[in-house]
Ligand binder design. Structure first.
Ligand SMILES: [Zn+2]
Length: 368
């Protein structure tokens, strides 16, 4: 297997007490880390324009391969100019592999060594996704950062046999993902190539996790993704695993991406343990239900009756558009109560900014 040019994509600038700041070089621009990536599930961060997303300090937006493959399809998006033109975003876009959604949202028909057969929830059609197919879709979409397809297992209700099977298959599939990536990038200049992330699995079994990390790090991937956390385990278990992995990363030349984690407490713990990138639907999903974070990582629910006459903004310490503009909790509560979509937009801006401020603070002063 030919090594990819992994040494040039990421550089650590500074490390203070285990908190590292770095620069990630993508073909769509440079990214300062740590960084939080909101989920633009179907090609848009729900209810936000690209300018509103940028205003929060977001540097990378994530899009879901699974959803875009099923609708409208990667060919349609390619014909419309690729994900950047399609979504109006100039900066870096990361696509996930589709694996997590296949295993969590679909009725799986069959998992074979070749790939996964599942039913399209919209029309019942049989769909096949494999390591090669996932890489092909992500490349066709035009993402700048892509993720290898893995055999995702939930933490509960599966036996040891299935965990081990998924663990071993994930690494065989990673080799196939890399081979397909290399096939599709033949002849490309290194600066034009998307960055491929390999995914570390192993559930809560530390032995498996260590082995998985060793295997992924031994392969020519541009980034290391930690998958299979924040899927039902306790917060203490997740943090314990982040601490366990912290001193086992081999060097500093590759970014580390913690998949699907976006609660402020968990983001801080990730940053403390050498994680550079995070993504999650939490800030926007919570926002649409009127839930937002305020100083101290507390959550308030704007639909609560106690805010009916509240003239204060969500968080006096926040510099987001919504807080800076002076929208009161009373105003936002009213808009939620009457079903006005603007409420979700304004609170999404606040919640994403909350996470970006955590990242910015750790980048600027090396503290949380
Ligand atoms: Zn705010």
């Amino acid at each position: 297997m030919q090594p990819t040019k992994t040494k040039e994509v990421f550089k650590v600038i500074n490390t203070i007490d285990g908190i590292r700041t770095g620069i990630l070089k993508t073909r769509a621009g440079k990214v300062l880390t740590p960084t939080f990536m909101p989920d633009g599930t179907r090609g848009a961060v729900k209810s936000l324009t690209p300018e509103q997303v940028e205003s929060t300090g977001v540097q990378i937006v994530l899009a879901n391969t699974y959803h875009l493959h099923l609708q409208p399809g990667e060919d349609v998006i390619a014909n419309l100019g690729g994900l950047h033109r399609f979504s109006g975003r100039k900066g870096p876009i990361l696509t996930d592999s589709g694996g997590f959604q296949v295993f969590s949202l679909s009725k799986i028909n069959k998992i074979t060594e070749a790939g996964v057969y599942f039913k399209n929830p919209k029309n019942g059609d049989m769909v096949f996704l494999s390591p090669e197919k996932s890489i092909q879709i992500q490349m066709k979409l035009g993402a700048d950062l892509i993720v290898a397809f893995d055999d995702v297992t939930a933490l509960d209700n599966i036996g040891r046999k299935r965990t081990l099977e998924a663990f071993e298959r994930t690494h065989r599939w990673l080799e196939r993902s890399i081979a397909e990536y290399q096939r599709l990038t033949v002849g490309m200049r290194s600066e034009d190539m998307p960055i491929l992330f390999g995914v570390v699995q192993g559930g809560l079994d530390k032995n498996l996790r260590r082995k998985s990390l060793e295997i992924v790090q031994s392969l020519p991937v541009g980034g290391i993704a930690i998958g299979g956390l924040s899927v039902g385990e306790s917060r203490a278990e997740m943090h314990d695993m982040l601490v366990f992995l912290a001193d086992k990363y081999d060097d500093s030349s590759r970014p580390r991406f913690l998949l699907g984690v976006g609660d402020p407490v968990d983001v801080r713990e990730g940053i403390r343990n050498g994680i550079d990138m995070f993504d999650c639907v939490l800030p926007t999903r919570n926002a649409r239900h009127g839930s937002c974070w305020v100083s101290g990582d507390k959550r308030i629910h704007l639909t609560n009756k106690k805010f009916i006459k509240d003239t204060s903004v969500i968080d006096e310490n926040c510099d987001c558009y919504t807080c800076a503009k002076g929208f009161s909790k009373g105003f936002l509560r009213h808009q939620f109560k009457v079903g006005e979509p603007l409420a979700g937009t304004l609170v999404s801006i606040h919640n994403i900014r909350y996470l970006e401020r955590i990242c910015e603070k750790s980048r600027s002063v090396g503290t949380l």
